[in-house]
Ligand binder design. Structure first.
Ligand code: ATP
Ligand code: MG
Length: 546
């Protein structure tokens, strides 16, 4: 989505409302601190005038007391402002992560199917960290500079209004015009940099996942080369950004010098000696806050790019909304009624109807790609049908609380995902408070208990990170054990025995048959043998009933 920089900034500020109080405090401390610093120099000028006998409104004693006071206050505020900023940064990270994860939770699982996961990871990690910098080191400098400018312009203007205007022009040029121009010039760099680093993250992740294939087909060299090219591009991009920001600093310093000289010249034309020295000193010693803004120019686009990516996730409408607040129901059969479904443009299922009566085993057959897995996902309401209705107990799934729906269903996918944890904990995913007896019983039904017992640490054996250490059949049986443990009335089994030998398949079909006296099962399979236990069989060809 396209947003302009101001919109991004306002949205980002809106996100952190709970921290407004702390941010105001940090801004106030920063403002007073900078004023103290500027007035130390100005007081020095006053002291010189006093010594020369040109100024007599306040005594030298008062001047020195002020100097010491300003120095102490400045030191203290600097420390206090820093710790306040650290506190804000810390809270901010937590707040932003919470928002992004909540959004992701809404968007899954459709969001994670096929989308570029590396990019998502770089948003969750580096973009959010960059935004923390935005809040702690961008917003507050901008506010401080604005307020500081007002005070200094009034002060200098008190000597002559024209000098005040000149000071205003100086601050605006250094703090706004120069940074805006440089940020425009570096605009695309920041966005490219973020996108490319996201792509690199994705590429590395992908390479790790596909390591066996890379080795098998001798693609290692090529992958490393591609990775090097991407890294090289990134560093070129980064160097360009560095160069920009160095050039930026030089320009800023030049502009400041020009304005200092202009102030000196104008003041000599307009004022007496006091009115020359003090405004000139005041201007020279007061560029700190606006220079801080100038330094932001080059990184600002980068920050906006990160902000945009995070906002994109926050704004994305989920494929399906979570449903709450409906009346709880119990399972009494399911039905797909004249449904039509497509992922984007490609229509997968057309006017399909399937009847799944309570306590029956319904088989679904069909060739690869005909939409069998898709149908199961629709019963899970991972996606929304475009036409027709998916019903559970006679009620549309759009009218059933999502938690209620998921509690009624056990979904065993074609690929069982195993977490990098013990076997026991991997099974507990299906039921957190399962007792050891329940776990063993479920594993026996899934014909995997004996296998687990033979492992070095039995149920406490760690599964490798990507579950690579287990065979396809073993993973499949663990997936089934999860489903048995979840103990829902409605089982959706996607090719549960495709990787099993006939002996293990027979055990599982037998458990399904016995276990599922009081359960309803949808069984997707290619195999005739598997369909033997089905009470009725639907064939889905090209997404239609056939
Ligand atoms: P198999 O027997 O090989 O498991 P299937 O019958 O289960 O096949 P589905 O997985 O339902 O088939 O896929 C049906 C079609 O939808 C396929 O052409 C597939 O490429 C496409 N498809 C699946 N998931 C998505 C998705 N998230 N986005 C876009 N297209 C998808
Ligand atoms: Mg499938």
């Amino acid at each position: 989505m396209k947003r302009n920089n101001l919109q991004v900034m306002m949205r980002l500020i809106g996100l952190v409302k709970p921290l407004t109080g702390y941010m105001l405090l940090a801004i106030l401390m920063g403002l007073v601190g900078h004023l103290c610093a500027a007035f130390i120099t100005i007081m020095g000028g006053v002291a010189v005038l006093q010594l020369l006998g040109l100024y007599s409104k306040i005594t030298l004693g008062i001047i020195f007391t002020c100097l010491i006071l300003f120095a102490v206050v400045r030191g203290f505020l600097r420390y206090a402002e820093q710790s306040c900023n650290h506190f804000i940064a810390f809270k901010l990270l937590a707040l932003l992560r919470d928002k992004v994860f909540t959004a992701l939770r809404r968007l899954t699982p459709a969001k994670l199917e096929g989308k570029d996961k590396g990019n998502l990871i770089s948003i969750i990690t580096s973009d959010i960290e960059l935004l923390e910098v935005f809040y702690a080191h961008t917003i507050s400098p901008i506010c401080i500079a604005a307020l500081f400018t007002v005070v200094m312009v009034l002060f200098i203007g008190s000597y002559h209004w024209a000098l005040g205007l000149l000071a205003l022009a100086a601050y605006v040029t250094v703090g706004v015009i120069v940074p805006v121009i440089t940020s425009k010039m570096s605009g695309a760099n920041g966005i490219n940099f973020r996108t490319q680093s996201g792509e690199l993250a994705g590429f590395v992740l992908d390479s790790l996942r596909g390591l066996p294939e890379i080795l098998q087909y001798g693609q290692g060299e090529k992958r490393v080369q591609q990775m090097n090219e991407m890294t090289e591009n990134l560093s070129v991009q980064e160097k360009r950004m560095k160069r920009m920001s160095n050039g930026n600093i030089a320009v800023t310093n030049l502009v400041i010098l020009v304005f200092d000289i202009a102030m000196l010249f104008a003041a000599t034309q307009l004022c007496e000696f006091e009115g020359v020295l003090i405004p000139t000193l005041a201007l020279m010693s007061s560029f700190g806050p606006v220079v801080a803004l100038a330094a932001l120019g080059a990184t600002l686009q980068n920050t906006f790019a990160a902000g945009n990516r995070v906002l994109d996730i926050l704004d994305e409408t989920p494929v399906v909304e979570e449903i709450t607040g409906k009346e709880e129901i119990t399972f009494a059969g399911a039905q797909a009624k004249n449904i039509t479904f497509s992922y984007g443009d490609e229509t997968i299922l057309t006017d399909l109807s399937v009847e799944i009566p309570q306590n029956e085993i319904v088989g679904i057959v069909g060739k690869s790609g005909s939409g069998k897995s898709t149908l199961l996902k629709l019963f899970m309401r991972f996606w929304q049908v475009q036409k027709g209705e998916i019903r559970i107990s006679g009620r549309s799934v759009d009218d059933i609380n999502t938690t209620n729906l998921r509690n009624m269903e056990s979904f065993v996918t074609q690929e069982t995902y195993l977490f990098d944890d013990t076997i026991r904990n991997n099974l507990r995913v299906a039921k957190w408070d399962a007792t050891d007896e329940e776990i063993v019983a479920a594993c026996k039904k899934a014909s995997v208990h004996e296998f687990i017992q033979k492992l070095p640490q039995g149920y406490d054996t760690q599964v490798g990170e990507l579950g690579d250490s287990l065979s396809g059949g073993e993973r499949q049986r663990l997936g089934l054990a999860r489903a048995f443990l979840h103990d829902a009335p409605f089982l959706l089994l996607d090719e549960p025995t495709s990787n099993l030998d006939s002996l293990n398949e027979a055990v599982i079909l037998k458990s399904l048959h016995e276990e599922c006296e009081d359960k309803t099962v949808v069984l997707v399979s290619h195999r005739k043998s598997t369909m033997g236990i089905a009470d009725r069989v639907y064939s889905v060809e090209q997404g239609r009933n056939s």
